[in-house]
Design a protein around this ligand. Structure first.
Ligand SMILES: Nc1ncnc2c1ncn2[C@@H]1O[C@H](COP(=O)(O)OP(=O)(O)OP(=O)(O)O)[C@@H](O)[C@H]1O
Ligand SMILES: [Mg+2]
Length: 275
């Protein structure tokens, strides 16, 4: 699946704004996301990451510019919009805003029931997805999703999107509030998408996570793309990282310190986590 944005401008309707004085959350963004890549969207708080990913699954409609899917101009109504949201699954930054059922099981099953999948099949699919997310305790399936820990809520939100088998999987800040094990589970989900030659798009502040999974980086600053390219080059661009208020991943910081101390001579290089 190919998603293309051309010269996108987006402004939120701001209450009490002076007439004609529109502030753009995104201004002049063009990009193309195609199958089989893992893309990280990075940038300072307020740079436009969440706005951008919501444009990728049609949740937001641009103020100006063009969005197309597989070459076809996007429509925000009817069957086109429905199938778009099914093919491009989005997990929100704050998972509970997408919860509305009384039990974890019903929450995850909701979308399947909506499209008429039979209960035996639903039982099988929900069990499989819970297992994949290391949550296969059936007592948990009967609990209210609102009562879970932050990490568990996030996994439920992910399960309810993964169960629809999306072609593109979008995660907004997937590692926030997760412990070490939670981050590992998240990493393995993204890796599974890579292995399946599907597309994952991750908006994240967590440079360690980004460094360990992303092949391509799109960096935003004040609603504009200031870098779009391979991950490997990105972390060498000091000025750009400063402009975007981003830190280096820990492993690269250590590598730098060792190099400065001359202690990295014997070793060629710290292996990249994606090698
Ligand atoms: N619902 C909204 N109404 C009005 N302005 C908004 C709304 N959501 C975001 N904005 C503004 O749009 C700009 C981009 O916000 P966005 O949430 O896309 O950034 P972000 O990079 O995801 O930030 P963060 O890292 O904090 O999640 C910011 O200036 C923000 O204040
Ligand atoms: Mg955000």
């Amino acid at each position: 699946m190919i998603i293309e944005l051309k010269d996108i401008h987006f402004s939120y309707p701001t209450l009490g704004a002076e007439s004609g004085d529109s502030h753009y959350a995104l201004a002049g963004v063009s990009l193309r996301i195609s199958g089989n890549e893992t893309v990280a969207i990075v940038g300072a708080s307020g740079s436009g990451k969440t706005t951008l990913i919501q444009l990728l699954n049609g949740l937001l409609e641009p103020t100006r510019g063009q969005v197309s899917l597989d070459g076809e101009t996007a429509s925000y109504r009817g069957d086109f919009a429905l199938s778009w949201r099914r093919r491009v699954g989005l997990v929100f930054q704050f998972p509970e805003i997408q919860f509305f059922e009384n039990s974890v099981f019903d929450e995850i099953a909701f979308a399947l029931r909506n499209i008429g999948v039979d209960e035996v099949e639903i039982q099988k699919l929900v069990t499989n997805v819970l297992k994949e997310l290391e949550m296969d305790d059936m007592r948990l399936a009967q609990q209210s999703p609102f009562r879970l820990s932050e990490g568990q809520k996030r996994r439920i939100a992910i399960a309810s999107v993964l169960i629809m088998d999306p072609e593109v999987f979008i995660l907004d800040e997937p590692t926030t509030a997760l412990d070490y094990n939670g981050v590992q589970v998240m990493r393995s989900i993204v890796k599974r998408f890579q292995a399946d030659k599907r597309t994952a798009v991750i908006a994240s502040h967590d440079m360690d996570f980004v460094h360990s999974v992303a092949q391509r980086i799109i960096c935003l600053a004040d609603g504009k793309i200031i870098y779009d390219g391979p991950q490997r080059q990105f972390f060498e661009l000091k000025d750009l990282l400063t402009q975007a208020h981003l830190d280096l991943p820990r492993v690269l910081k250590i590598e730098r310190v060792l190099k400065e101390r001359g202690q990295l001579k014997a070793m060629t290089k710290i292996p990249h986590p994606m090698d």
